[in-house]
Design a protein around this ligand. Structure first.
Ligand code: ADP
Length: 450
């Protein structure tokens, strides 16, 4: 086992990793920009190293600075959290070249899953069901139009290198194809330096269902069920739950096994998430994330496992601490993402926290790096906390969420908390009757956000 690890991240996720490491008796090194000198992850880690100015590009994304911080402190392994360098195959290669361990999958797996055409092709060969669409890239507008006619509209044109909802355009009919095709290509080129695109059937009322998988890198893998993350704004998740209210035990077992078998066959290491759209009882693969997800705590709650601890164990060469038969679901869990944002337009709202009180009690977990007097810097994303509740069933989890939101105090900045109070009044949210478009429609109708 490692004696010391470095955490190449900030905020709540850096703190999350510090906590797992401390319980395992592993020392931690925090890295931080000059804007984060007073951040909680810096206070809580055993050591810290300033790695650059506020801009992410010059600090949390600076590979030489992070490698140097490992060398100076003697850290043996790097946990990347999510975002920043977590899905950067080039970084993983540099880490390995310096005889350090990356706590995550191999550079090769990150590369395969980072290119959506290659990812889809790989998954198809591994027996994972995919959205019907083009066989690989589509080079010309003529071919795109021919495919549109063949598949039937609407279709979605996606940049193979896309991410974060960018590089995706929907064509409702043949007349919209030219613009959608050229825009998706241009966005791929300008945002990701790659103009290759492919085409998929556009599903009109799907849910977003993702399967958590975990592999030991030696051909053994398990699944930890699904999360329903359909409540999204601009393709960003805001409310996640497990198990999914629309998924039966039989469906879970079948798609879970398909996913676990697929990642076992490629000797996948560590945590991964296989994302699907789910419509009319069918699953359609869209992409795989080769890292820990923001919403991993809902899975931890219902399975009673620590996914970060497991990542560290497997990266150090130890066996996974569970097998598929050990993994049984207990109750229901919901996470809401608390962002420093001002409604109705979700404008980022950095600033000083004058008062902070975290909710507590049975079945409540607050993952946040906030404290009284903390100043949220304007340079990074606006997630300031995740409130996760766990109950014996969905109604109990919803009641607990309502109760916990009522206890939470975050003064000094605007947050997305009022959104969740309002959503908990909605019949569709209470009954789990929603799809990936539900929240956008609700926001338009109720807040005029569009
Ligand atoms: P990104 O990597 O940018 O997050 P994804 O491929 O994961 O892109 O898709 C993000 C979201 O876009 C999905 O959660 C879904 O809301 C929507 N989406 C993607 N593909 C389709 C499709 N074929 N039909 C309908 N919606 C889609």
């Amino acid at each position: 086992m490692f004696e010391k690890i470095l955490i190449a991240n900030r905020g709540e996720i850096a703190l999350r990793v510090v906590r797992a490491a401390r319980e395992m008796g592993i020392a931690t090194v925090a890295v931080h920009s000059t804007a984060d000198s007073d951040a909680m992850h810096v206070r809580m880690a055993d050591e810290s190293v300033c790695i650059g100015p506020p801009s992410g590009a010059q600090s949390y994304l600076s590979v030489p600075a992070i490698i140097a911080a490992c060398e100076v402190t003697g850290a043996e392994a790097i946990h990347p959290g999510y975002g920043f360098l977590s899905e950067n195959a080039g970084f993983v290669q540099v880490v390995e070249d310096h005889d350090l361990t990356f706590i995550g999958p191999t550079a090769e797996h990150i590369r395969i899953m980072g290119d959506k055409i290659t990812a889809k092709d790989t998954m198809k060969k591994l027996g994972v069901p995919c959205v019907p669409g083009s066989d690989g890239g589509v080079a010309t507008l003529e071919e795109a139009k021919r495919l549109g006619e063949e598949m039937g509209y609407p279709v979605i044109i996606k940049a193979t290198a896309g991410g974060g909802g960018r590089g995706m355009k929907v064509a409702q009919n043949a007349g919209e194809m030219e613009k959608a095709f050229l825009t998706a290509r241009a966005e791929g080129k300008s945002n990701f330096g790659n103009d290759e695109v492919y085409i998929e059937k556009y599903l009109t009322t799907p849910r977003h269902i993702e399967i958590q998988v975990f592999g030991d890198g030696k051909g053994r893998a398990v699944h930890l069920g699904e999360r329903d993350c359909s409540l999204q704004r601009r393709h960003q998740k805001v409310f996640e739950e497990a198990p999914g209210p629309a998924i039966s035990a039989e469906e879970r077992a079948a798609i879970g096994k398909t996913c676990a078998d697929a990642v076992a066959r490629i000797n996948y290491t560590g945590a991964g998430t296989i994302e699907f759209l789910y419509e009319n009882g069918e699953f359609y693969f869209i992409e795989m994330n080769t890292r820990l997800q923001v919403e991993h705590p809902v899975t931890e709650a219902i399975f009673g496992v620590d996914l970060v601890r497991e990542q560290i164990r497997v990266a150090s060469g130890m066996e996974m601490s569970f097998q598929q038969e050990d993994l049984t679901i207990n109750g229901h869990s919901i996470e809401v993402r608390i962002n420093a944002e001002k409604l109705p337009n979700f404008a980022p709202c950095p600033g000083r926290i004058t008062q902070y009180h975290a909710p507590g009690g049975l079945g409540v977990r607050m993952d946040s790096a906030l404290y009284d007097g903390y100043s949220i810097p304007p340079y990074y994303d606006s997630l300031i906390g995740k409130l996760i509740v766990h109950g014996r069933d969905r109604p109990e989890a919803l009641a607990r969420l309502n109760r916990a939101l009522g206890e939470l105090i975050v003064d000094g900045v605007d947050t997305t908390v009022p959104l969740f109070h309002a959503l908990l009044q909605e019949e569709d949210v209470l009954t789990g009757n929603y799809n990936i478009h539900w929240l956008e429609h609700w926001l338009e109708t109720n807040l005029g956000d569009g």
